[in-house]
Design a protein around this ligand. Structure first.
Ligand SMILES: NC(=O)c1ccc[n+]([C@@H]2O[C@H](COP(=O)([O-])OP(=O)(O)OC[C@H]3O[C@@H](n4cnc5c(N)ncnc54)[C@H](O)[C@@H]3O)[C@@H](O)[C@H]2O)c1
Length: 430
């Protein structure tokens, strides 16, 4: 069995390496020269994904820039990006480009696996493209299945070996061919139509995005009313079986931020989903306004932002809400903004006037008036006492939507620490 993985990014590269680990002969295909250089020459992962360093160093994977090198493969797994354009329209250009290149040499017996996250009816569109451009009949001469990726970044190694694989195929031959491939990973397979598979994937992300939207809405309403959201959640969930799910925080990233758009472009329920988008997207501005109302104008003050990536303990900055927070802070004309994130280098940060970068968060805490915690990295949680001490000893004000510092407050300062007003469970114990 010879497999081509087309698009060796955050999804394709871990999959390619996991398949190699299961004894499959894999060729990667990617247009990005940096990705090819990292794997082919430097033999290292081009991004952080635990558990793959050894496989990357083994030299067993080669990535070509020319898809025609993969012409003799049995399987073509498509893992290119599927963004949603700013005006809520699925951008199918990457998929279309790959499929039209494949159509130049696709031959009987080969199988195309759609693994990118796609809008409803995309697999049907791909089938139509293949039949129109090759004259081959899908399900008879060539096979096609929608087998979405459901891993979360940072856990690919473990989840690729564990998560059940949904296989959406319109015909038995395609289903059997996809089954043969994913059996190599040793995971349970679940068979359905392509339309079902597309919705399974989309709603895995959409439901997650929506419940964060609900909890972020709760937080903004609570703060507007002078109520602590973490206290509301804690009391609501105490010994109560039907929980309020999730915790407030910046909810974005390349998947959650876009996948709802694949439904919102076509369905009335998109109104509700678009509303969740609005809620999650408004949190950075809300927090800047909230800080100004609580602590006065930020003009001329020194601000630090801890965290720049879109999620904790990751090096992925795509679609992060931290740059948005920084842009809103910039509008307040502070004297200086220092951004800090141990997972990235300075060149990953969008350049803004008066913006400085430091990887060390202790340096960011020096000489500042106000600190925003933008990303829930565990190193901040582990060293949160240093942040609390900066507030207690040096009068720094802290905006901590994640409750990383365990103060139970979205904003805390010297006074709130000193007054030690009870929050959360201490109330119910009284
Ligand atoms: N990142 C995640 O955690 C995750 C999880 C599940 C599903 N997905 C979905 O998987 C898909 C890929 O996401 P990603 O995060 O890996 O994207 P990515 O941008 O990291 O990777 C895509 C790769 O495809 C390459 N590429 C683009 N056009 C190409 C072409 N014509 N030929 C060859 N290579 C090409 C790019 O250079 C890039 O390296 C998306 O649909 C995404 O929604 C992502």
């Amino acid at each position: 069995m010879k497999v081509a993985v087309i698009g060796t990014g955050r999804v394709g590269l871990p999959l390619a390496l996991s398949l190699i680990d299961c004894g499959v002969d894999v060729l990667g295909v990617d247009l990005n020269e940096n990705v090819r250089h990292a794997i082919n020459v430097e033999r290292r992962m081009p991004f952080e994904e635990p558990g793959y360093d050894e496989l990357a160093a083994s030299g067993k994977l080669t990535i070509t820039g020319d898809i025609r090198d993969a012409a003799d493969c049995d399987y073509f797994i498509v893992t290119v990006g599927t963004p949603v354009l700013a005006h809520i329209e699925t951008d199918l250009s990457y998929v279309t480009k790959v499929i039209s290149s494949l159509c130049e040499f696709l031959s009987p017996g080969q199988t195309v696996i759609m693994r990118s996250t796609t809008a409803p009816r995309t697999t049907a569109y791909v089938a139509a493209q293949i039949e129109a451009n090759t004259g081959l009949k899908v399900g008879q001469e060539v096979m096609l299945a929608c087998c979405p990726e459901r891993i979360v970044e940072g856990k690919a190694r473990e989840e690729l070996a564990r998560l059940p694989q949904v296989i959406g195929a319109q015909d038995a031959r395609s289903a059997q061919s996809a089954e043969r491939l994913f059996r190599k990973l040793g995971v349970e397979t679940l068979h359905c139509t392509p339309g079902t598979a597309e919705l399974v994937k989309l709603f895995c992300n959409v439901s997650r995005y929506a419940y964060f939207g609900v909890i972020n809405a709760l937080s903004m309403i609570a703060l507007d009313l002078g109520v602590e959201p973490h206290e509301v959640i804690e009391l609501a969930n105490h010994e109560y079986p039907r929980k309020v799910h999730g915790r407030p925080g910046f909810t974005a990233g390349t998947c959650l931020r876009k996948d709802f758009g694949m439904l919102a472009e076509s369905y009335w329920s998109g109104n509700f989903l678009t509303e969740m988008w609005r809620v999650n997207e408004s949190l950075p501005k809300f927090l800047v306004d909230f800080a100004r109302k609580r602590y006065g104008s930020l003009k001329g003050r020194r601000v630090a932002v801890l965290g720049y990536t879109f999620k904790g303990d990751a090096d992925d900055t795509r679609d992060s809400l931290a740059p948005k927070l920084l842009r809103y802070l910039q509008r307040e004309t502070p004297a200086r903004i220092v951004v800090s994130d141990p997972y990235i280098k300075a060149d990953a940060v969008e350049p803004l006037p008066t913006l400085e970068f430091t990887p060390e968060f202790e340096t960011a805490l020096c000489d500042v008036d106000l600190v925003f915690i933008a990303t829930n990295h565990s190193c901040y949680r582990e060293q949160s006492q240093k942040i609390v001490d900066a507030a207690r000893l040096y009068g720094v004000k802290v905006v901590d939507i994640w409750n990383i510092c365990g103060q139970g407050r979205v904003a805390f300062d010297e006074e709130s620490i000193r007054s030690q007003t009870t929050v959360g469970m201490q109330l119910s114990a009284a």
